[in-house]
Design a protein around this ligand. Structure first.
Ligand SMILES: C[S@@+](CC[C@H](N)C(=O)[O-])C[C@H]1O[C@@H](n2cnc3c(N)ncnc32)[C@H](O)[C@@H]1O
Length: 353
């Protein structure tokens, strides 16, 4: 059997790590500079959370987590914000997070993994830093491929367009076709069995199944919202002043309700706030609960996000869930890597001996 050892850069609460582990990749450690991710990362994934900055954390220390393996894997999803906000292909190089892909490339050069995987928003494709990342990998002898996929095609009950890059020292590597799902999981299948909640309530059996309060006006608005509709369905008196103007039409993707028999819209870091997107529950008059967000991102129902010893911040948890790589996409990456390793098994075993 081929022994894999993987390190996850920018690991967050472990969406990517979770999916890789489900697919049989041995993730030994993740590194992130946000201490609020530590508990969930470790308790769910049996991997070490390293609190540190990818820019400065010593590569030799990270490489210790590859010990005992035949194949060294380095994966990572650097923050997407500098690229998702990229207007007309103009890079916002003043954003301090912009250069983190260079730090990722620096780690590849210093650590020399056998396999690399990177996930980000599709807009990154037009950024100079991505071109440099690609040519840097090729210059180090990697075979590289990347594709833009919709997470919904991989079993995630959510529309989420993402770029996935795979690189290998062994030979050509691609996202496996076997990882594609021939079926789209719906919102109903993902969250339809959860206990009902009113706005502002928390479930007695799951503290994560908890949703925000709504103001009186927002309660009236959601009662007048239809699944898949917009605020155009409301009576005029419920419209905020800015929406009454003609230009208000540009805000149509907010204050919506999800449809039961469709996938969810792309979850952001504020998916729990009614008014920031089409995140109204399909039939209950409230925004999504944190657990519903986690399930729509394809986290397992048992994934623990709340440290019982620390007061929890709803805002932090929504951010961690909204930022995560959906585990089902991580699983697709794992299957692709395993397929590739099976193809190159003879070479890998030969280097072991
Ligand atoms: C897109 S999220 C990663 C999500 C994670 N891979 C998952 O699947 O749950 C990006 C992460 O990068 C972290 N981050 C930002 N700058 C960093 C740095 N310089 N060093 C380490 N982590 C950093 C953030 O705290 C955030 O958790």
């Amino acid at each position: 059997m081929i022994k894999t050892r993987c390190i996850d850069l920018f690991c967050g609460v472990g969406g990517l790590t979770c999916g890789l582990r489900q697919g049989g990749i041995q993730v030994r450690a993740g590194i992130d500079l946000d201490p609020s991710c530590s508990y969930a990362y470790e308790v769910n994934n049996r991997a070490k959370f390293i609190l540190g900055d990818v820019k400065s954390y010593p590569s030799e220390k990270l490489m210790r987590y590859w010990k005992g393996g035949d194949v060294k894997i380095l994966v990572g999803c650097a923050p997407c914000q500098p690229f998702s906000r990229m207007k007309k292909n103009k890079e916002n190089t003043s954003d301090s997070k912009w250069g983190l892909l260079y730090s990722f490339l620096g780690k590849v050069k210093e650590m020399n993994p056998d396999i690399v995987s990177m996930e980000n928003v599709p807009e990154i494709k037009n950024a100079r830093v991505f071109e440099d990342f690609l040519s840097g990998l090729i210059g180090q002898g990697y075979h590289v491929s990347y594709s833009i996929v919709d997470a919904a095609d991989y079993g995630v009950p959510e529309r989420r367009s993402r770029l996935i890059l795979l690189a290998s020292k062994y030979g050509d590597i691609n996202l496996s076709k076997d990882a594609l799902s021939n079926y789209r999981t719906t919102v109903r299948e993902a969250i339809g069995n959860l206990p009902e909640l009113a706005a502002g309530e928390t479930s007695d059996i799951d503290p994560l199944h908890s949703c925000r309060r709504l103001s009186q006006i927002n309660l009236r608005r959601i009662r007048n919202s239809i699944p898949g509709g917009t605020w155009n369905d409301w009576p005029a008196e419920l419209l905020p002043e800015c929406y009454r103007k003609k230009t208000g039409s540009t805000y149509s993707a907010v204050y919506g309700r999800m449809k039961w028999d469709d996938v969810a819209p792309t979850l952001t870091t504020q998916f729990d706030v009614y008014g920031t997107g089409r995140y109204g529950h399909p039939c209950q008059d409230r925004a999504l609960s944190l657990r519903e967000g986690a399930l729509l991102q394809s986290f397992p129902p048992s994934y623990v996000f709340i440290d019982p010893h620390v007061p929890f911040s709803r805002k932090d948890i929504a951010r961690q869930i909204g930022n995560a790589v959906p585990p089902a996409l991580g699983y697709a990456i794992a299957l692709s890597i395993k397929e590739h390793l099976a193809h190159h098994k003879a070479d890998i075993v030969a280097t072991r001996c």
